[in-house]
Design a protein around this ligand. Structure first.
Ligand SMILES: Nc1ncnc2c1ncn2[C@@H]1O[C@H](COP(=O)(O)OP(=O)(O)OP(=O)(O)O)[C@@H](O)[C@H]1O
Ligand SMILES: [Mg+2]
Length: 162
């Protein structure tokens, strides 16, 4: 039987407990999950792609998750084809995510009809959590404890001091 390979793409700047929740759920469902860090995003990231990949790898290892971490640029479906993936995993938090995600999923389907987008819901505790919010709260001196893995908290502290 063919293995089901799923790509979980995003900027992960930085990875949050919401992302981790989705990765754990995905890992139960698919034979292989690849966390794909988008590198050529227009926004100037807080963490370099190398820093983001390093953090994600360390955290997944801590959680005993055998999930591949990679970077990609350009069209997601082209990357997914190269990885022989059948599935794109996306997380849906509130209704506000839906419209954009629907648009992306339908465009990706038009570009590559053989790849299905699967939406997954995180635990309610993370349904209002985003990397942007973590970056903002942290920059303003607020606590992000419980929202990101301890390793990310440490990396944020180091980053914002410099
Ligand atoms: N707390 C969360 N719960 C469930 N899914 C999430 C959560 N945060 C992000 N995701 C999903 O993970 C994928 C990658 O998202 P992305 O890297 O843009 O994270 P983000 O938190 O939305 O970051 P940013 O705030 O910088 O846009 C998207 O499908 C996004 O909807
Ligand atoms: Mg986002």
């Amino acid at each position: 039987m063919q293995k089901t390979v799923a790509i979980y793409p995003g900027s992960f700047d930085p990875i949050t407990n919401g992302h981790l929740d989705i990765i754990q759920r995905g890992a139960k469902l698919f034979d292989e999950v690849i966390v794909a860090v988008l590198v050529n995003s227009e926004k100037a990231p807080l963490f370099t792609s190398e820093e983001r990949v390093g953090m994600i790898r360390a955290i997944l290892k801590e959680h005993g998750l055998a999930v591949r971490v990679d970077t990609f640029g350009g069209l997601l479906v082209t990357y997914a084809q190269k990885q022989k993936a059948q599935v794109i995993v996306r997380g849906i938090r509130a209704v506000s995510d839906y419209e954009y995600e629907l648009q992306m999923a339908l465009m990706n389907r038009r570009l590559e009809p053989r790849i299905e987008t699967v939406f997954m819901m995180p635990s309610e505790a993370y349904s209002y959590l985003s990397s942007r919010l973590v970056r903002e709260v942290f920059k303003l001196g607020g606590s992000v404890e419980g929202l990101v893995p301890p390793l990310v908290e440490k990396a944020l502290r180091a980053k914002i001091k410099t």
